[in-house]
Design a protein around this ligand. Structure first.
Ligand SMILES: [Zn+2]
Length: 74
């Protein structure tokens, strides 16, 4: 899942970020994608491709490092 412009029940336009690995979702109260992305990044989200919540971002970073180590040893 990537960034999505969604409307709330109150009619607010808001950008929503969904983690690609788990079901965490970040709702912003910002109607511009760039400012919403900046806000998500400030909160530890990775909003490129894939979109990752802070917890999954840390796991992904560790995995990347572990894969690098494997390549060096292997
Ligand atoms: Zn996640």
């Amino acid at each position: 899942m990537t960034a999505e412009l969604a409307a709330t029940a109150t009619g607010w336009r808001t950008w929503r970020f969904g983690c690609d690995l788990c079901d965490r979702t970040l709702w912003t109260a910002l109607d511009h994608q760039r400012t919403a992305s900046d806000m998500a990044r400030t909160n530890g989200w990775i909003v490129d491709d894939p979109t990752l919540c802070p917890a999954c971002a840390i796991v992904a970073q560790h995995k990347e490092r572990a894969d690098e180590t494997d390549r060096r040893i292997g």
